[in-house]
Ligand binder design. Structure first.
Ligand SMILES: [Zn+2]
Length: 271
């Protein structure tokens, strides 16, 4: 891959890697750009939160971490989060992202998506097929892993059907693409509004999170990031205007607040 690295691209990786984050939580980074998945270990079951783009085998990596039966949860239906579902039993998904999953995790969609990345064709050859039809999650649903419970919180923002997954015992929250140091993107046909995101963030604050683990690098944040993201969303709702950004003919605005940001289109501010 030498010579193909661009400064704005995260480091490329050939195969998935994992590491122990403590508290029975493991992090998997998967190709080609280190999409972030998580394994949470209970006494009887493990949860796999997101499955990446589906390049190579995530199941092989999960087997290195645990022998327990695995429940898959997708934080949302985007191809870099639900693209590797095929190796597992049907995943839990917020029903509001069912159409996103159906349209954006097809083999053809992901083939086109990875073809745009450096080394594109090589990744396309390693793609898993589309995963099985997901199972509808419920807002507030508790997933019992045996001696450890995860709570699913519907959190419209980045997509209409985004979810926070809360590890009740530790206060760790798996935030998908709603809360991360880099921008929270509300710019696609399947994105919700800044107002929805703001309310989702306030709902999460009530749970007093202790650690925020997101779907993209940098992915491990202290809970104060949530406060900055809330302030960022509030500023936009109060009329602050972000910097205009034009990309492939689409105009978006990026509002920066103390090292984090939200990218939105004008019609996606208020509901
Ligand atoms: Zn996403």
């Amino acid at each position: 891959m030498e010579g193909h690295k661009k400064p704005h691209m995260p480091p490329m990786m050939e195969r998935a890697e994992w590491k122990d984050l403590g508290d029975g939580i493991y992090n998997i980074a998967s190709p080609p750009v280190g999409f972030q998945q998580y394994v949470v270990i209970g006494m009887e079951r493990a949860a796999l939160i997101d499955t990446g783009m589906g390049i190579g085998s995530i199941a092989d990596v999960v087997k290195q971490i645990t022998d327990l039966p695995v429940i898959v949860i997708n934080t949302h239906g985007h191809p870099d989060h639900a693209g590797g579902n095929a190796e597992f039993a049907p995943a839990l998904i917020n029903p509001s992202d069912r159409d996103v999953f159906e349209q954006m995790t097809t083999l053809e969609f992901r083939r086109q998506d990875v073809a745009r990345m450096p080394g594109g064709e090589k990744w396309a050859e390693k793609l898993q097929p589309q995963g099985p039809e997901p199972v509808d999650a419920e807002d507030g649903q508790i997933i019992d892993l045996g001696g450890r419970e995860l709570e699913l919180m519907f959190a419209p923002g980045h997509t209409h059907g985004s979810m926070f997954v809360i590890d009740i015992a530790t206060g760790t929250v798996f935030t998908g693409d709603n809360v991360q140091p880099m921008t929270t993107a509300l710019r696609e046909w399947n994105s919700s509004t800044v107002e929805d995101l703001y309310e989702s963030l306030l709902k999460l604050r009530e749970k007093n999170p202790t650690r925020l683990l997101s779907g993209h690098r940098p992915n491990d944040s202290a809970p104060e990031l949530l406060e900055r993201k809330i302030a960022c969303a509030k500023a936009i709702l109060d009329g602050a205007e972000g910097e205009k950004n034009e990309r492939m003919g689409n105009v978006t605005y990026i509002y920066e607040y103390e090292g984090t940001s939200i990218e939105y289109t004008p019609e996606r501010i208020h509901r």
